[in-house]
Design a protein around this ligand. Sequence first.
Ligand code: AKG
Length: 291
Amino acid sequence: MPTPPPDLRSLLASQGYIVVPSNLTPTTLAALRAISHNATTLSRAGKWPHIRTLPRQFPPWPSDPSLGIWGVQQLMNPALPGHELFTQTYFSAATIATVKQLLGPGCEDAQLVMELFNLLVAPDEDFELRWHRDDIPPSASAEEELERLRQPAWHAQWNLALHEDESLILVPGSHARARTEAERGAGPYDVLPGEIRVKLAPGEMAFYNNNILHRGAYRKDVERMTLHGSMGHVEGGALRARNVLQHGRGWIGRVDLGGLEGEERRRAEGMRDRLVALGSRFEETGFSQDD
Ligand SMILES: O=C(O)CCC(=O)C(=O)O
């Protein structure tokens, strides 16, 4: 009897992360590497202003790359060369199918919302992110953490590695509980009990709960090109609005879906329109974290 496919939603709920194949063909993987390399070169040369700059961990990032960069933002912005393939990759059938499984039984196209698609790259200097939860500040009490962690995630977030990547460090299970005393007392870059590095081969994706305790450790001499995306559910409302819109909003309505066809195109248009609508409802979202 064939082995049934793993229940990805249960696995994500228990571990806080999962690793799955992206089903990218070798040709698409090579093409994504080429446009990612080009986007990184433009960013380092000051010709693409939407970047993650050193030494800042959270948005808003300045657009001056002179201290170095660790990411390129807004891959689906039609002003970025290569946006067509980035956009096709974001809306790919394989990603949509996994996201729907993770968002729960009965999740339909009409409930999906376009969110972010960025690129994380090897920094110009070795650089580490502090332990954090994306949308809960470190000042939160245990009760406040639990209150937030008990709410449904209303989105799926992933890293899709174009080269081998083991930069993401997390504590499995920590998305479902408040920090322990040891975690609260630890330094920003300390080794935490139970931490693991998420190891991805080229073409693999890690989906993770963005409120799991996690950090990043990046080396300038280790190639990194990892697509960093998220997709939401319409029920996410204000919770997702801040998470997504703090990364900039001018590009959203302009995303070019001309490279998609039929059913895929209609689904993507609906997703984009729902993000535009979210932006109209939440004009001032502020930022999730202080840097
Ligand atoms: O580099 C990574 O994979 C993690 C990035 C991260 O933690 C963040 O953007 O908040």
